[in-house]
Design a protein. Sequence first.
Length: 220
Amino acid sequence: MTHVGTTPRTTPSRLAKRSTQELEQIYAILDEGLFCHIAYIEGNSPMLLPTGYGRIGDKLYIHGSVGSHLMRSLADGREVCLAVSLLDGLVLARSAFHHSVNYRSVVLFAKGELVTDEQERWDALEAFTEHVMPGRWAEVRQPSASDMKKTMVIAFPIVEASAKMRTGNVNDDEEDLSLPVWAGVLPLSLQASSPIPDPILNPEIAVPAYVEQYNRQRKA
Ligand SMILES: Cc1cc2nc3c(=O)[nH]c(=O)nc-3n(C[C@H](O)[C@H](O)[C@H](O)COP(=O)(O)OP(=O)(O)OC[C@H]3O[C@@H](n4cnc5c(N)ncnc54)[C@H](O)[C@@H]3O)c2cc1C
């Protein structure tokens, strides 16, 4: 198993048994998640924005318009804290106090690196597309020179990161166990519903198997 090193800011202060620095676990959560939240300082104010991402090896990539405030801000290499969360269930205890959630999450501290190499930019956009919808990149019109010009790509090295997870059932206090209250876990997961075709789609074009069988649950 490979671990990222623990730093003072990735050291859990409590419930350390729920945390891990194992890269395999970190990657599995990142690969299952669809989007992240990125926190950074803008002027005198904290900012937190959700955005999509893709991963290639030990780098996480985001992309956006060259006019995007987020992208332009992060291109200068400032520190960010990025989080990806997967919600697996609601833990309904007999007491309000012991309610909880089952989850898997990753926190990553990094400085953005503006990607200028054209091949790496291309690979990052492919990784992003395949991350969202595996099988899509090979079928669609790929980015034109003009599309590429309008797009900024930023890489974040996955070096200073942590994963944390809660699994299992309720954890009630002994004296509450006889309360006449239902207790247990309500599992939650991201499920696709039936695809809705574009109203002007040629009706001869069938829904691809990768859309019909879409499933976010990966290795974690
Ligand atoms: C969907 C969801 C809901 C949650 N709801 C609650 C809630 O209602 N109340 C609550 O107290 N906690 C909740 N948590 C857990 C919460 O994220 C923190 O782990 C927890 O509050 C401990 O915070 P702390 O400041 O003591 O962290 P510390 O242990 O002091 O954090 C130190 C370092 O540990 C790592 N770390 C901490 N938390 C996480 C994490 N979740 N994922 C990855 N790395 C982490 C980071 O590197 C962080 O910098 C929830 C988590 C998720 C994903």
